[in-house]
Design a protein around this ligand. Structure first.
Ligand code: FES
Length: 128
């Protein structure tokens, strides 16, 4: 992996077909600011988005039931603990106790029917 800069790394998450529009999200392991954490990817209006799985209200994971990120209308991501709502495209708080906050985005892209994420300055690959 020498000569490969961190921002060129692409880490596979899942097959593109595993992410159904407004369906279940897929979690993946990351290291965020030096702490073991998870990210999650979802598909919304046929675009894949990913965020750090950490509520802007209290820093805990959003999905009480694994992979359940959308609320029932399929329009917002919801934290299952106190109901914070986030806009899927931007991660901005759309209602509830996350007021003014937002989810931390993670860069994702699709290539050859696979979904990949890219580490950045804060979100790094999971420690082995
Ligand atoms: S911890 Fe997410 S809404 Fe309170």
């Amino acid at each position: 992996m020498h000569n490969l800069k961190m921002d060129e790394l692409a880490i596979p998450i899942c097959a593109s077909s595993a992410l159904v529009d407004r369906g279940k999200g897929i979690r993946f392991l990351v290291t965020a600011g030096g702490e073991d954490s998870t990210g999650f990817a979802i598909r919304y209006d046929n675009t894949v988005y990913a965020y750090l799985n950490r509520c802007a209200h209290v820093p805990i994971e959003l999905d009480w039931n694994e992979g359940e990120f959308f609320e029932t209308s399929g329009l917002y991501l919801m934290c299952s603990t106190h109901g914070a709502l986030y806009t899927p495209e931007s991660g901005r708080c759309a209602g509830g106790p996350c007021r003014g906050g937002r989810l931390r985005p993670i860069t994702v892209f699709e290539k050859d029917n696979q979904v990949f994420w890219r580490p950045d300055d804060y979100i790094k690959p999971a420690r082995a």
